[in-house]
Design a protein around this ligand. Structure first.
Ligand code: NAI
Ligand code: MG
Length: 478
């Protein structure tokens, strides 16, 4: 069984106390690898290595162009090892292979994008009093902590670490205990691609141990977190104690709003995919579909046909959905479904035959009509459960769409151009798609939440501003 160490200061380092934890494949519930169970000692060493790399090491002396070249080489290295990384991501997360392949493509695209952007972030020159020259320069935060989840480890590595390195931060990454092996593999590739030791360190481990040690470390300068609202709140408190900044990306209950004039042939496959992708374990999953009353029955009938056709299997079977990540998530989704016995189940997909008994499988389900204040229309399930909610008019649609604690992504489906703009502007979400839905969107598109979905923006150019801060230099030249 392969064993993964921490990556600290360019070296493979086991946990000081020799502890490891098992990495389980969600498709059969069996361990297939082990990783060092990092704790405070490893986090201390990783943060110290990052600080040295930045202040006295080769990393801190690199030009933006040189950092960009490292990221560009990493993108190529990821593409060269696409098949291998895809297989690892699929097994680690239990994702259908085609989904894992897309994720590895996205990882390469993030690295390519941030590699090309590294030397294109200009500062400012600000008009001021006569005899003064004022400039604003973008500086890295310093040592950045990256605590990431198990649902898209490779992609989130790319979007978070890629942008941070582009801006010259030295990174310490804590992948999720449930999946994060591709992060360790790609971090090692970074060294081969010329990243100086200490520029990127990875400490695998448990959230309450390595994660908490990292979030509370006295020598980190910024935290980038993606995960649950509960832990996000702890992260923000830890950041507040030291008055450092953080970005939080905490999931959602994203709405797809379907007006009666929508092009259903175009919309329905995308609406279906937005909730079944990664078995619904996607922060930006489109987990509510709001449908204009006059077409509610017709639209849900067509959606139901699609749901009934969906198949769930192992990652290697490469069907529509794979298993959920672990027993805890499996039980969580099962509890949601049990509590939904008062609702009409319009359709349910099926499990493939002969699935490993210990895998964490859940069937995709479509419920409707569901009242907007029903808990299943309010709470994030993080599983393949779609609720259909009827609405009467545009104002009603906007009120229902905005009527949850979250605000990450929304979709609007209508041919009426003025309505597209009106609704898009009124929706409280960090991203709105019109006649499309990105389930997180392209790597170029700024992404992040409002309300309980979090704050700060990742992806695109905007992430480069998040991973840096502006210093104003005012020079009196007489
Ligand atoms: P989580 O929020 O516990 O895990 C996310 C990351 O935070 C992991 O790396 C974990 O090790 C770390 N972590 C956990 N406790 C920590 C602590 N006390 N201090 C520092 N780091 C800590 O999420 P979990 O438990 O895996 O899933 C629970 C629910 O969270 C899911 O059902 C889903 O609703 C939500 N979630 C949302 C995600 C998103 O993409 N927005 C991703 C994963 C989970
Ligand atoms: Mg947790």
């Amino acid at each position: 069984m392969q064993s993964y160490d921490c990556l600290i200061d360019g070296r493979d380092v086991p946990a000081a106390d020799g502890r490891t934890f098992e990495i389980v494949c969600p498709s059969d519930g069996k361990p297939f690898a082990a990783a060092a169970r990092g704790g405070k000692a490893e986090v201390d060493a990783a943060v110290a290595a990052a600080r040295r790399a930045l202040e006295t090491g080769d990393y801190g002396r690199m030009t933006p162009t040189e950092r960009g070249r490292v990221l560009s080489r990493m993108a190529e290295a990821v593409r060269d090892r696409h098949a291998e990384l895809t297989a690892l991501e699929a097994m680690d997360c239990g994702k259908p292979t085609k989904q894992a392949a897309t994720d590895i493509n996205c990882l390469a695209r993030y690295l390519e994008f941030y590699g090309a952007a590294a030397d294109k972030v200009h500062g400012l020159q600000i008009p001021f009093l006569n005899d003064w020259l004022v400039t604003g320069i973008r500086e890295p935060h310093g040592v950045t902590a990256h605590i990431i989840p198990w649902n898209y480890p490779a992609q989130i590595f790319g979007r978070s670490v890629g942008a941070a390195i582009a801006m010259g931060n030295a990174c310490v990454l804590k992948p999720a205990e449930d999946a994060g092996l591709t992060c360790l593999e790609v971090a090692k590739l970074a060294l081969d691609c010329g990243l100086p030791a200490g520029g990127l360190n990875v400490v695998p481990g448990i959230g309450e141990e390595a994660g908490a040690a990292l979030a509370h470390h006295p020598d980190i300068d910024f935290i980038s977190f993606t995960g649950s609202p509960e832990v996000g709140t702890l992260i923000q408190k830890a950041a507040a104690e030291r008055t450092i900044g953080c970005t939080l990306e905490l999931g959602g209950k994203s709405a797809q709003v379907v007006f009666a004039d929508a092009d259903l042939d175009h919309a329905l496959p995308i609406i279906t995919n937005a909730i079944i992708q990664n078995a619904g374990q996607t922060c930006s999953a489109g987990s509510r579909v709001l449908i204009e009353s006059s077409v509610f029955d017709a639209v849900t009938a067509r959606l139901a046909e699609r749901f009934a056709d969906l198949r769930v299997g192992t990652h290697a079977m490469d069907l529509d959905l794979g298993p959920l990540i672990n027993r805890q998530q499996h039980e969580r989704v099962a509890r949601f479904v049990e509590r939904a016995s008062d609702l009409e189940l319009l359709a349910e997909g099926r499990l493939a035959g002969d699935l490993p008994a210990a895998g964490f499988y859940a069937t995709p389900r479509l419920y409707g009509p569901v009242s907007p204040d029903h808990y299943l229309a309010q709470e994030e399930v993080f599983g393949p459960v779609l609720v259909a909610i009827p609405f009467n008019d545009e104002a009603d649609a906007v009120r229902i769409a905005n009527g949850t604690a979250y605000g990450l992504v929304a979709g609007v489906w209508t041919k009426d151009g003025a309505r597209q703009l009106r609704v898009a502007r009124r929706l409280k979400a960090g991203q709105v798609y019109v006649n499309g839905y990105g389930a997180g969107g392209g790597i170029e598109l700024p992404f992040g939440g409002v309300k309980r979905s979090g704050h700060g923006r990742e992806k695109g150019f905007e992430a480069l501003y998040e991973f840096s801060q502006l210093k104003t230099i005012a020079i009196h030249h007489g």
